[in-house]
Design a protein around this ligand. Structure first.
Ligand code: PHE
Length: 361
């Protein structure tokens, strides 16, 4: 019997070590340890043996089973490594290759759009402000009139970060900013009105589909002065939309909406035409939502040390990917961050492209 076990072990070992792909290995495993496998059948045969025989053969068979299982695991690991090594070798990219002039890089539509927006708002007398991507709870929420526990905080699918051990209270609670509105607060705290500024930058919300990404970019505008009203907001947005979409007129519709940091708050729809399968902005019978806006809430001004009796202002915000997708007919937002060079070849811009028609003459 021992002789048979030794011979079987040799035979199975040869079979397993000869398996040169995962499928062959699996066949060898089934043949040895499967329900009808050779080792399994021998173990089942133990029942028919006399007790003395079973005492010696039983442990030998168990040892055989363990050895074979270990050998299979080892072979499987080796085969997987071999497959991975082959794949890595096949997909190797030689980053040391010298640049090829026929493969010139291009400007990503987001960068291009940021350039265009900068040009448009600089023409309108706006400065540009920046702020941190990792914000504290106070700047992202409380100062913007979302007190702790306010249900509107839940609307934002916030990514919460570990607390900052060196800060206290709401300033210790860190989040990835859910909007660039937090930079409004930082700007108002450090500048004396009157001013007009725009903020552009990355924002983060736990959301992903064709029109949402967990990381996206926003543009936010803020104007603070004396005697500012909704008419100024409307005029400013109209000038911006006409310049950005490069059309002579963009009819707009204001729908009341709620953002804790503005009162009144509105969402703006623009006229568009989707009938011909392509999107035309500024004409047609459809409306499309494009941005959020409103008059800065007096509580927000107070939180930043600005007297709401003396100064008022408006703010507006929208997604940079969203307006880039509309202008350049990009159907899926997620492709913006795939780093696929074929996509960039198609949607990218030549390095020295002048942003807008208005500035191209
Ligand atoms: N911050 C808002 C958002 O992320 C947009 C907004 C900005 C609305 C400014 C009103 C005023 O949805």
């Amino acid at each position: 019997m021992t002789q048979t076990i030794i011979a079987l072990k040799e035979e199975l070992t040869a079979l397993i070590t000869a398996a040169n792909d995962l499928q062959a290995l699996d066949e060898a495993r089934v043949g040895a340890l499967g329900k009808k496998g050779r080792v399994t059948e021998m173990i089942e045969g133990l029942g028919a043996m006399n007790p003395d025989e079973r005492k010696t053969v039983g442990p030998a068979l168990n040892a055989l089973k363990d050895d074979i299982a270990a050998l299979i695991a080892q072979q499987e690991k080796a085969l997987k490594k071999q497959t991975l090594d082959a794949r890595l070798a096949a997909e190797r990219v030689d980053v040391t290759l010298s640049p090829r002039p026929e493969k010139r890089g291009s400007i990503h539509p987001i960068s291009q759009t940021i350039e265009e927006l900068t040009t448009i708002f600089a023409d309108m007398g706006f400065t540009i402000a920046e702020g941190p991507d990792i914000e504290d709870d106070w700047h992202n929420f409380t100062a913007l009139n979302f007190p702790p526990g306010h249900p509107a905080r839940e609307m934002q699918d916030t990514f919460f970060m570990p607390d900052d051990p060196e800060a206290e209270g709401e300033r210790a609670k860190k989040v990835l900013r859910t909007h660039t509105s937090s930079v409004q607060i930082r700007y108002m705290q450090t500048h004396k009105p009157p001013f007009r500024t725009i903020v552009m930058g990355r924002t983060y919300r736990c959301d992903s589909d064709m029109t949402h990404c967990p990381m996206f970019s926003q543009i936010e505008g803020l104007v603070i002065d004396k005697n500012i009203h909704m008419g100024h907001l409307k005029g400013c947005l109209n000038d911006f939309l006409k310049a950005y979409f490069e059309v002579d007129d963009v009819p707009m519709r204001f729908r009341p909406s709620f953002f804790p940091f503005v009162e009144p708050g509105a969402e703006v729809d623009i006229r568009c035409d989707k009938s011909a399968g392509t999107l035309k902005i500024g004409e047609g019978d459809d409306w499309m939502e494009i941005l959020g806006c409103g008059m800065v809430h007096p509580n927000v001004l107070k939180n930043c040390g600005i007297d709401p009796e003396e100064y008022q202002g408006f703010a507006f915000g929208t997604g940079i990917e969203r307006i880039a997708m509309l202008k350049h007919a990009i159907p899926d937002m997620r492709t913006m961050f795939d780093s696929d060079t074929r996509w960039l070849d198609h949607y990218g811009f030549a390095p020295l492209d002048r942003p807008n028609r208005a500035t191209r003459d």
